[in-house]
Design a protein around this ligand. Sequence first.
Ligand SMILES: C[S@@+](CC[C@H](N)C(=O)[O-])C[C@H]1O[C@@H](n2cnc3c(N)ncnc32)[C@H](O)[C@@H]1O
Length: 264
Amino acid sequence: MDSGDVAACWEANAEIWTQHARAGYDLYRDALNTPVFLANLPDIAGLNGLDIGCGEGSNTRKLAEVGGRLTAVDIAPTFIRHAQEAEAEKPLGINYLEGDGTALPFPDASFDFATAFMSLMDMPRQDLALAEAARVLKPGGFLQFSILHPCFAPPYRKVLRDEAGNVRAIEVGRYFDGIDGEVETWRFGAAPPEVKASVGPFRVPRFHRTLSEWVAMIVAAGLTIEHMAEPPIDAERAQREPYLADTLIAPLFLHIRARKGAAA
Ligand SMILES: C[S@@+](CC[C@H](N)C(=O)[O-])C[C@H]1O[C@@H](n2cnc3c(N)ncnc32)[C@H](O)[C@@H]1O
């Protein structure tokens, strides 16, 4: 699958994805991933930042609300249109544009920081995406990103529950399958059944890489890892939303912050 095919999949997902994410159905994002990501973010007040693979812009807006001066790119025009409409309704000074994370339309050393919420693993050439992020960072700038956890969310992941419905274990497989564009189909788990039934599933091309491959790509891009997180949901929230409880047994997401030119 080439980058044009990947872009076409995301463009086809974008309308319903935007509606459902804004309806609160992207619960892993809203209840777990984004709060932890923001809690681990250095102070960005007054800094120029780039959000790579911004989708409809929910997380970009959160970065702007804590004082960042944001530019954001996404490959799918419909996501950018929705993000721009939200900006027009409630201006936060965010500049959204269509763009490819593996060929960023910015000069070298343009930004103090970059973020990528759950987008780098969706790009066929993650090595290029990381190199491009590093290129547009100023020396000393950082890239913070979240991805599906390479170890605990490889191409095969099954949540095993006991008879009472409690998560007992996570079964994983195909860790060493470096898949390039195998399409997964799913809907947001928190969407009510009638909403799920009313739309086709998202089609998400996957580009799985092992943990050591991720580290090698980060190092090759000239970035130095300075922080990692593997967020679990809090136990009380898992009681209320049992389908998030898998993250109490093994992580679903991996967060990394890496800095340009920080190596000794
Ligand atoms: C899982 S969604 C995450 C969206 C958003 N960051 C969020 O957290 O809600 C992945 C996003 O990456 C975008 N994307 C995929 N490939 C891309 C590429 N090569 N360049 C820029 N964006 C890309 C998709 O269009 C999609 O918006």
